[in-house]
Design a protein around this ligand. Structure first.
Ligand code: GLN
Length: 267
């Protein structure tokens, strides 16, 4: 082939591929497929402290981040975090479209989600909690009759509240917020009389903003969080489970738990 032909072929090839995203996917030595060489790309929905939120320098940190860092280290790559709406995470859309390799978002394992995601072994137990403004402690949802109760869109807390309102025919206006920050802001500024979300995020919020709100009731929903991969990605699922198992046995899990959540409740 002459030099001219080669150049022409290159131009044609460029024209055909156009501006399509360069395929940088790879497979690690241990057979784990990754959407980008050298990275374990995580989808999450910010903010969700203490599981994932930005620190003062803008770096995403938290309990989930620290655990997925262990998976990345095991694979010999670094974790890259993508902030994206929770809907795309829990529906499997983000994993299916190759936006990320793993989902780590304080996400509860549910039967519905299991249909569209493959969950690794549970890594955290959670319950739901009702937070209200300090001094206005109501202990039950019933006491919120005639008032507004905030939830976070697409979450198990929202499902729980909606189910209670329907089953008990409660006269409560459920207001859905797009993320945790918006929900907490609405509660702090009195736009809603109460808000339901996972207990650890309220504990964290109260630690960071003492005096504003209190947890006035808990709902023992018996939830467990799980990291998720694209359906059928058995190689990455195995790596996540192995990293978790190692962390549980070598003390790293307890260390990370203590750092981000606090003292572990007695088993
Ligand atoms: N644990 C809740 C759920 O899975 C909330 C998760 C979140 O908002 N990041 O629905």
């Amino acid at each position: 082939m002459s030099k001219k032909t080669i150049v022409l072929a290159a131009v044609v090839a460029l024209a055909i591929t156009g501006c399509a995203k360069e395929d940088t996917s790879t497979t690690t030595e241990s057979g784990v497929p990754l959407i980008e060489a050298g990275s374990l790309t995580t989808c999450t929905h910010l903010p969700y402290a203490p599981f994932q939120s930005k620190d003062s320098s803008g770096k995403v940190v938290g309990f989930d981040v620290a655990l997925i860092d262990l998976v990345a280290a095991k694979l010999g790559v670094t974790q890259e975090i993508v902030d994206t709406p929770f809907e795309g995470i829990k529906s499997g859309a983000d994993l299916n479209s190759g936006k990320c390799d793993v989902a780590a978002a304080g996400m509860t394992i549910t039967d519905e989600r299991k249909k569209v995601l493959d969950f690794a072994d549970p890594y955290f137990d959670a319950t739901q909690a009702l937070a209200v403004q300090t001094g206005k402690e109501v202990k039950t949802l019933e006491e919120l009759a005639g008032k507004k109760l905030g939830t976070q869109g697409g979450t198990t807390g929202e499902d729980y509240v909606k189910k209670q309102v329907e089953e008990k025919k409660l006269d409560i206006e459920v207001v859905s917020y797009k993320d945790l920050a918006a929900l907490q802001q609405a509660l702090a500024t009195n736009q809603i009389a109460g808000a339901v979300n996972d207990l650890p995020v309220w504990n964290e919020y109260i630690k960071a903003n003492p005096g504003k709100v209190v947890v006035s009731a808990g709902f023992d929903t018996g939830e467990q969080y799980g990291f998720a991969v694209k359906k059928g990605n058995a190689e990455l699922l195995k790596a996540v489970n192995e990293a978790l198992a190692t962390a549980r046995s070598d003390g790293k899990y307890d260390e990370i738990y203590k750092q981000w959540i606090g003292e572990k409740p007695a088993a």
